[in-house]
Design a protein around this ligand. Structure first.
Ligand code: 9D3
Length: 295
């Protein structure tokens, strides 16, 4: 199933060129847009909230596209079974490697260049840095997990990158896939207006945002801070900076510690003195034994 915007006349122009008056202006980015291909047992959940607001508008404008691959279509037997009991015993069910691999391979057929991500509670934590990396790809294949998990062999055989959206338990990977897509789409060129994206870029990374106010000037006995009405842009910037720092210190000591460290020695730090980094980060743990066990 594929979701895209209804065709918009302005977008129906010759490939690689935009009409401006009678002149065809060469386009620097005739790219077909970022593509999300979601492999899921619940394709009916999509596009869901991604059809609304910023991401929805961008979808209609063809800046990105969404495909789903129904895992059930690749299930086995009359019941289209996709899961089975865990080897070694235990509670719950596990998604079968053969079924999931067939679905991923079908997704791969229409999204050849897209890295494959498995949304899983034990994955690498999703961060804005990772979201930025994902926005720089032509698109992603996103496998939404269900049940207790997925046969480990397909994670290895299809080189799935496991990603978690945080330390809490969801009932499946679909909402996590939507969170990831939403975060990526707002970084795609043309989705967020230039003013908003410049403001975001210039705002000191690693600080929480300062508090916002609007009209009315007095509300339920609470006034908008006087400095914000002063018209003194320098004082306003200083007030916002101080407020952002205080919020970060109070609510996110983890961010605050990193912020201070970065300011103190980001450029002076001697990398040469540090021990060599691990070859692979911890989330790339390989569960295969080093030698064959005779199976
Ligand atoms: C009892 C062990 N559970 C792991 C914490 C099993 C389990 C619970 C819930 C396995 C999968 C799930 C479903 N969660 C996801 O698919 C998921 C998820 C999440 O639960 N939290 C944060 N990020 C993600 S990404 C996918």
């Amino acid at each position: 199933m594929r979701w895209r915007g209804d065709s918009i006349p302005e977008l129906e122009r010759p490939r690689g060129g935009a009409q401006k008056g009678n002149v065809t202006v060469p386009q620097t980015s005739p790219a077909p847009g970022w593509r999300a291909t979601v492999v899921t047992l619940f394709p009916e959940l999509f596009p869901g909230p991604l059809a609304a607001s910023l991401a929805g508008d961008a979808l209609k404008r063809g800046l990105w596209s969404l495909d789903t691959v129904a895992l059930r279509d690749f299930g086995i037997g009359r019941h289209r079974q996709v899961d089975d009991t865990p080897a070694g015993g235990g509670a719950g069910m596990v998604l079968r490697a053969d079924v999931v691999a067939a679905a991923l391979d079908a997704a791969r057929a229409t999204a050849a260049e897209a890295p494959a991500i498995y949304l899983s509670p034990r994955g690498e934590p999703l961060t804005q840095a990772l979201v930025r990396d994902f926005a720089a790809t032509p698109g992603l294949i996103l496998l939404a997990g269900r049940f207790e998990g997925l046969d480990q062999r397909v994670v290895e055989a299809r080189a799935l990158r496991e990603v978690s959206i945080g330390d809490y338990v969801l009932s499946g990977g679909e909402l996590a896939a939507m969170v990831l897509i939403d975060a990526v789409v707002r970084l795609l060129p043309g989705v967020v207006g230039k003013a908003a994206s410049l403001a975001e870029e210039s705002f000191e990374a690693g600080l929480l945002e300062y508090p916002h106010y609007t009209r009315p000037r007095d509300w339920e006995g609470r006034a908008v801070p006087e400095v914000l009405l002063s018209g003194d842009h320098k004082r306003i910037a200083e007030w916002r900076r101080a407020a952002a720092e205080r919020l970060t210190r109070e609510r996110r000591p983890d961010l605050w510690a990193r912020q201070k460290k970065g300011a103190a020695g980001a450029s002076r730090r001697s990398w040469a003195a540090e021990p060599p980094r691990q070859q692979r980060p911890w989330w790339h743990t390989d569960f295969r034994p080093a030698c064959r066990t005779g199976d």
